[in-house]
Ligand binder design. Structure first.
Ligand code: ZN
Length: 152
């Protein structure tokens, strides 16, 4: 799977990157979606926590997730609230394939809002703005080899 990195074209309110969540915001430099994972029980967790694992108290460390997920829910914004952010744009919560409750708020790009549906398969791409690589998601392309092929 090739991970796309696109240059930011619209002004974004960039996250303030701290030591805690730096791997999440900069992993896109290496094409990797970095998510915290418990070294003991192996559960994933997002957003990053400075405490131990919420499940077992184990030590948390960042690991590269697959970048694959499905649209959990979404909304299409048609109202231009910010002068430099043209509508329509899609705000979504994506559930990563790694774990059923592992969800990220994000934007969906390269998709016609009319073609969206909950449960749609998506994959990560990154929008670079300076040192920050924002994880965005796009539909899984139909020619992607991970899609199951029909026999015959
Ligand atoms: Zn744990």
């Amino acid at each position: 799977m090739s991970i796309r990195v696109i240059e930011g074209t619209v002004s974004r309110i960039l996250p303030s990157v701290g030591d805690l969540d730096r791997p999440f915001w900069t992993g896109g430099r290496d094409g990797r979606l970095m998510i915290q994972r418990c070294s003991a029980c192996r559960r994933w967790h997002h957003p990053p926590t400075a405490d131990g694992c919420p499940e077992c108290g184990g030590e948390m460390a960042f690991e590269a997730a697959s970048g694959r997920g499905t649209v959990f829910t979404y909304t299409v914004n048609h109202q231009q609230f910010h002068p430099e952010v043209p509508p329509p744009y899609v705000i979504a919560i994506v559930e990563l394939d790694e774990q059923p409750d592992l969800r990220l708020p994000t934007n969906l790009v390269d998709v016609d809002p009319d073609d969206l549906s909950c449960g749609m398969a998506v994959q990560v791409l990154f929008e670079r703005s300076g040192d920050v690589y924002l994880p965005l998601f796009q539909p899984v392309s139909s020619d992607d080899p991970i899609e199951s092929t029909e026999s015959g």
